[in-house]
Design a protein around this ligand. Sequence first.
Ligand SMILES: NC(=O)c1ccc[n+]([C@@H]2O[C@H](COP(=O)([O-])OP(=O)(O)OC[C@H]3O[C@@H](n4cnc5c(N)ncnc54)[C@H](OP(=O)(O)O)[C@@H]3O)[C@@H](O)[C@H]2O)c1
Length: 280
Amino acid sequence: MTAQPGSELSGRELATQIRATTAARAAELAAAGRPPRLAVVTATDDEASASYVRSIASAAARVGVACDVLRTSTANGISATLAQLADDPEVQGVILQTPLPDGAGLADLATAIPPEKDVDGASPASLGRLAAGLPAFPPATAEAVLALLDHYQVELRGRHAVVVGRSVVVGKPAAHLLLDRHATVTICHSRTPDLPAITRQADVLVVATGRASLIGPEHVSPGTTVVDVGTNATPDGLAGDVHPAVAAVAAALTPVPGGVGPVTTALLLRHVVEATAMAG
Ligand SMILES: NC(=O)c1ccc[n+]([C@@H]2O[C@H](COP(=O)([O-])OP(=O)(O)OC[C@H]3O[C@@H](n4cnc5c(N)ncnc54)[C@H](OP(=O)(O)O)[C@@H]3O)[C@@H](O)[C@H]2O)c1
């Protein structure tokens, strides 16, 4: 599918396609006595996080991936649970849900997830492998950005991709994936002076800041394809990091909700099925 000027790059059709192939592969593995199984480790009462975990569990059920949600409340509890899951041959995919208990770091705790089970690319080993061009599961959100751009046949080779946000889970891995596709990549963050002067140079603009409507029409040039990763709870409902008025300027824009989000969940489950197939 090709992006048309001013078009909305919905993720729903792509997510449906990914779920269909994932469900077929999951059924084959289950028939061969190797049912795919995901474990989600969570240590938070945060309602947004709980709702995300429920959505993963119900999406998993729809594609035939078993999903266990394991609750604990401390960093030690997380470490012990992850260590058990690392050795459990029945579990092929492990996710550590954020937010974490005070003082606990995702990268630190996620070192206990072996790369072959790290289906959301959370451990430093996975990020290092990604950066080194070695096989690894990328964080599903970063991969979803690329999957959407590919789905709409957005050219990346030799184009200028600007990523706003440098988190380990989205911004940095998305930048690596764009580099691998021969884009010229600029990464911006909260200390970047004159953000609009840089984002206006983008052929492809990827925004992952967690700041509702940070990016306005003044940040975007005509012809730019904009991928909005942000999911922000506002009094008016879920909002992206990109103001809706950008749609009038940009060549194309992903919606929130319905853009990166559904593709992320679909890819996460595809990773679990791939991990099961590779577990042999
Ligand atoms: N759709 C999905 O499936 C999905 C999945 C994961 C995350 N998300 C969403 O994506 C967004 C980002 O998540 P995250 O985990 O990457 O967030 P994060 O860890 O808080 O990182 C935010 C990044 O944005 C940068 N930033 C913040 N304010 C900025 C500003 N005014 N100008 C330029 N850069 C700014 C920060 O810069 P510094 O490094 O300088 O602080 C940081 O690098 C959130 O809305 C999150 O909910 C969506």
